[in-house]
Design a protein around this ligand. Structure first.
Ligand SMILES: Nc1ncnc2c1ncn2[C@@H]1O[C@H](COP(=O)(O)O)[C@@H](OP(=O)(O)O)[C@H]1O
Ligand SMILES: [Mg+2]
Length: 272
């Protein structure tokens, strides 16, 4: 399945799996490093001015990630939430590139600016032409963890009681409400797409249903981590998630235990 690895990031003799693991390690290092800066900034600035903290957080994490990518992966292109319109981000360069890092320097910006909340994340994913997402990491800095595609997160046995569906705290979509009702699930409001997908992958919740708007950087790294451990991740009509499109708008997402995919897709279809 794999094409030849990129010489900039892997030894010529590396197998595709070894190259992917090296990329995943790099992604994890980047996400963890940005997370450490974000934690430090929260301490330094405090929570008195939420707007200032959000803006500074976005900037500090984006600068760090772009700086390291430019220095350590100079041949790769970048698509970043914070880089709209610039060459190599939402510019056209990435559409010709073979390797594109899709990053969300601070996902769950609102929660980052609220004291005591730990549902915010740093997303770093690698897309490769012909292969799709091949490596990724999601840091949850306030939870002290970084989850990655080269580590396995096993699907736990079904829990007793109602299934739990994570939804946006601020804009829970109608499809999530309808599908929760259809399968008798309870809703768990939470910030950040990365935090919600990682809550699925750790078994804290059973599914995450989103619709109504999102961009590639919101789901790329979380979906890659989930898919690498054989969790279900797709559009809410069941279509595969596709990345590095000219228009990075990717408005909906379903991540769940594999056994819940069919009932949830049917419930969402029935609600539309
Ligand atoms: N309707 C919508 N349109 C665009 N982006 C959306 C959206 N709903 C959620 N998102 C984005 O998805 C991420 C998770 O949202 P939520 O916490 O509400 O579930 C947030 O990313 P950022 O925090 O990086 O902006 C948010 O901006
Ligand atoms: Mg985001």
């Amino acid at each position: 399945m794999h094409e030849a690895p990129d010489a900039a990031s892997a030894a010529p003799t590396a197998t595709p799996a070894a190259a992917d693991a090296a990329d995943a390690g790099f992604a994890a290092d980047l996400a963890t490093g940005a997370g450490e800066l974000l934690l430090k900034l929260r301490t330094e600035l405090g929570f008195g001015d939420a707007r200032a903290l959000k803006d500074a957080g976005d900037r500090v994490a984006d600068d760090y990630l772009l700086g390291r990518l430019a220095a350590e992966r100079p041949r790769d292109a970048v698509l970043s939430e914070e880089g709209r319109g610039e060459q190599g981000r939402i510019g056209t360069e990435r559409l010709e590139a073979d390797r594109v890092w899709i990053i969300d320097p601070l996902d769950g910006t609102r929660e980052y600016s609220e004291e005591g909340r730990d549902d915010w994340a740093v997303h770093v994913a690698l897309w490769q032409r012909g292969l799709g997402l091949t490596a990724a990491a999601v840091a949850l800095p306030a939870q002290g963890v970084t989850m990655r595609t080269d580590q396995r997160y096993d699907i736990p046995p079904v829990r007793a009681g109602k299934p739990r569906i994570a939804v946006s705290r601020t804009r829970p979509p109608a499809e999530a409400l309808a599908s929760a009702e259809a399968i008798g699930a309870e809703l768990v409001p939470m910030g950040s797409a990365g935090a919600k997908v990682m809550a699925v992958v750790t078994g804290a919740v059973d599914a995450y249903v989103h619709s109504g708007g999102q961009f590639e950087w919101d789901s790329a790294a979380p979906a890659a981590v989930a898919l690498a451990s054989a969790w279900h991740a797709s559009r809410i009509d069941g279509a595969p998630l596709r990345y590095n499109n000219a228009d990075p708008y990717l408005p909906d997402l379903l991540v769940c235990r594999p056994d819940l995919a069919e009932p949830l897709l049917a419930a969402v279809a029935g609600s539309r």
